[in-house]
Design a protein around this ligand. Structure first.
Ligand SMILES: Nc1ncnc2c1ncn2[C@@H]1O[C@H](COP(=O)(O)OP(=O)(O)OP(=O)(O)O)[C@@H](O)[C@H]1O
Length: 699
């Protein structure tokens, strides 16, 4: 196996690009490339329409606001027919594909030679089309989305030897999509990020290949197989992948050309330099606003040269080539399944079935503006591959993506916002520590008021341009994490990676709470079952037994129908107090005992205690709890029965996000307790509050 690159461009920096550049590959093949002419043509395009389009796009976006969902964008599909590689074959009239117009083509129907199969795509490029035609017609228009903070992808697909690498990389005389896109993008970013313009821009590149289901960093081949991950917004990431900053085309070549030599290629019967892996060039454009509101955007461009599908009867592959071919065909098969699942709207899209589809998750049916260039060959021997590629392309054009703007605030904007510590204090204490202009920020605000609140607080003043819902969400997350105490880190002032970790922690805590709730349910069920078997168990916990007198030990955890066990302290005080708001009724009831031998169940009389709370106390108690829920800090909330630290934090977080609780039952919406648990929570706390300022009496 050879690991090498197709070409090497020897160039100076982009500022001093020579008119031609020598290209040589590992086998000593050397040619010249008219890069100056390429640069001139690209730049004139860039200076004209695309820059204006990019600016227009940006205006449109800011007008639209981040809150509105951007319109869906269909995956665009172009088909490129390569010329005969062997000119004599063309002369012999062995063409099996024919272009009809700029969007459609026809191919002979192998089932019926009298017929042809017709296909229509977003664009069709015939065998005479140039690299510039494909680039300008299908790729250049999507580059502007990167400057809007959106993602874009270009994928070259097709059977082996059909011209994918030629389309993406090209030759020195005919540079392909990759050098052209990089040239334009760098030019665009230079112009858009120039002094006096509102944003600063920076570009980084990464380059990887997927070889036999391994993700290999071509910029750092020693790093081994890398993992593919997904962030909370559905963006696909590869932690540990090398990112090189590039400011000029020369920078790009300095990294790209040696890395390309690391790509795995090999000779097959159909292509002397067949790609044995899927090659992925990732270019990220990071934008930071120079002035308020100091937004930050990130656009990601994938330029992908897929390995070709291979019919091993024709490639003559054996041994390693056969193994490589198996991995290539499998991943392309999964790609087909993903496209089908998306088209059929299936609930499960098998992205995870191959590394390729996992990587493409945000490009197919995800957040990117995507273009698929299906390369086909004219020779008859490619007929079946061509039909299969055309069918795949036709299915792909039905796939809908939903690109969105990756926008956030720059870290330094939010760093001074130290709201979190105050959350630890009670409302009155917090008030003392606040300045007058911060007053509104500390209080839970309904969405409409939040923008005005932020205006009063200097670092957030400029955030008023931001979508209020998004801003509110960010702030609430920040506070929620901040309320974890001195160990908590304000979310928005942490670097991106740490932020991810923090958000993951919150998710894990949610899961933990769920687990605890389940456990509690299990325990309750166990206790109930135990009592059903052994009534003595229950008697052990009857009110006549001496229980600890502390207020927090009021035992109402298990809703025993209407019977509630209350502390001895309350019973004693009931006798002393003439004001009776709580009555404890001693009742007898009959319980059926199951008989194992199948005879009639026995009935057993037993005492039970029923608690009656006066309506007035009930209303007062509920109001007190509601006040505490709306005004209490996390610490205050922990004084309530059944509210631990995690629940208290969740309540505070929910309050910040949704505004004040209108009734105690809203706790169910916070998902800290179920309806049944809420009932016992109310009883426990009303009793607790009553015990604190007592109105209780015997019946
Ligand atoms: N449009 C074109 N004009 C001229 N030559 C072309 C064109 N497209 C492809 N070729 C030539 O066809 C041959 C095969 O092309 P290429 O290597 O790009 O195929 P591929 O689809 O990438 O194959 P594989 O999947 O095996 O890597 C190369 O010699 C290439 O120069």
């Amino acid at each position: 196996m050879r690991r090498k690159c197709c070409s090497k461009l020897k160039l100076n920096g982009a500022q001093q690009l020579p008119s031609t550049a020598t290209v040589a590959n590992a086998s000593g093949f050397g040619v010249c490339v008219g890069l100056r002419s390429l640069r001139r043509s690209s730049v004139s395009d860039v200076n004209g329409s695309s820059v204006q389009r990019a600016r227009a796009g940006r205006c449109r976006l800011s007008k639209m606001g981040a809150g509105r969902r951007p319109p869906p964008a269909r995956v665009r599909v172009a088909v490129r027919l390569r010329p005969f590689v062997d000119e004599t074959a063309g002369a012999n009239g062995t063409f099996c594909v024919r272009g009809l117009d700029s969007c459609s083509l026809e191919i002979a129907n192998w089932r019926n030679h009298q017929e042809t199969l017709k296909y229509q795509f977003d664009a069709f490029y015939g065998e005479r089309s140039s690299q510039q035609d494909i680039y300008a017609g299908s790729v250049q228009p999507i580059l502007r989305h990167l400057l809007e903070g959106q993602n874009a992808s270009v994928l070259a697909y097709g059977p082996t030897g059909a011209g994918k690498t030629h389309t993406m990389l090209g030759s020195p005389e005919q540079p392909g999509v990759i050098p052209r896109a990089l040239m334009d993008l760098l030019q665009l970013t230079r112009e858009e990020g120039a002094e006096g313009r509102p944003w600063t821009l920076s570009v980084t590149m990464s380059y990887l290949e997927i070889y036999q289901e391994k993700v290999l960093d071509l910029l750092d081949p020693a790093s081994g197989d890398l993992v593919i991950r997904e962030d909370c917004r559905g963006n696909i990431l590869i932690p540990g992948l090398t990112q090189k900053p590039i400011t000029s085309f020369a920078d790009f070549e300095r990294h790209f050309l040696p890395a390309s030599r690391n790509r795995t290629v090999g000779a097959t019967r159909l292509n002397q330099r067949s790609s044995r892996s899927h090659a992925v060039l990732l270019v990220k454009v990071d934008q930071r606003e120079r002035l308020a509101p100091f937004r930050q955007r990130e656009g990601k461009l994938y330029l992908i040269d897929l390995a070709g599908s291979e019919d091993n009867r024709r490639t003559g592959n054996k041994g390693l080539r056969l193994k490589e071919s198996g991995a290539i065909n499998t991943s392309l098969f999964v790609l087909g399944k993903v496209v089908d699942a998306l088209n059929q709207g299936l609930p499960r899209v098998p992205y995870r079935d191959s590394k390729l589809t996992r990587l493409l998750q945000d490009s197919l049916g995800g957040s990117a503006h995507s273009i698929l260039i299906a390369n086909i060959a004219p020779e008859r021997c490619f007929y079946l591959d061509t039909v299969s590629a055309l069918n795949f392309a036709a299915r792909s054009k039905e796939v809908i993506n939903r690109p969105f703007t990756n926008e956030s605030l720059q870290l330094h904007v939010l760093a001074p916002v130290k709201l979190s510590q105050k959350e630890q204090l009670g409302p009155s204490e917090a008030k003392k520590t606040r300045g007058p202009e911060e007053e509104e920020i500390g209080n839970p605000e309904p969405p409409a008021l939040l923008a005005s609140a932020s205006q009063k607080f200097s670092p957030l003043q400029k955030l008023s341009n931001m979508d209020p819902a998004m801003l509110k969400h960010l702030l609430s997350l920040d506070r929620l994490l901040g309320s974890q105490g001195t160990q908590g880190t304000p979310l928005l002032s942490t670097p991106r990676r740490e932020r991810m970790v923090l958000m993951k922690t919150v998710e894990e805590k949610d899961l933990e709470i769920e687990r605890l709730k389940m456990k509690q349910k299990e325990l309750e069920a166990k206790v109930l079952a135990q009592e059903a078997v052994d009534p003595k168990e229950k008697e052990k916990r009857s009110p006549t037994m001496h229980q600890p007198l502390a207020r927090r030990t009021v035992t109402v955890a298990k809703p025993l129908k209407k019977a509630v066990v209350i502390p001895l302290q309350l019973i004693q005080e009931q006798a002393a107090s003439p004001n009776v708001d709580i009555h404890i009724l001693k009742k007898s009831r009959k319980r059926k005992l199951e008989c194992l031998n199948g005879s009639e169940p026995l009935e057993k009389a037993e005492d039970c205690w029923e608690l009656q709370i006066s309506p007035e106390l009930l209303v007062n108690g509920r109001q007190k709890i509601l006040n505490l829920l709306n005004e209490g800090s996390a610490r205050d909330l922990r004084s309530l029965q059944r509210i631990g630290q995690k629940k208290a934090q969740l309540i505070v977080g929910w309050r910040k996000l949704h505004g004040p609780f209108s009734q105690v039952e809203d706790l169910e919406r916070v998902k800290v307790m179920s309806g049944k648990q809420l009932e016992s929570f109310l009883k426990a706390n009303i009793l607790g509050l009553a015990a604190a300022g007592q109105h209780c009496g015997p019946s």
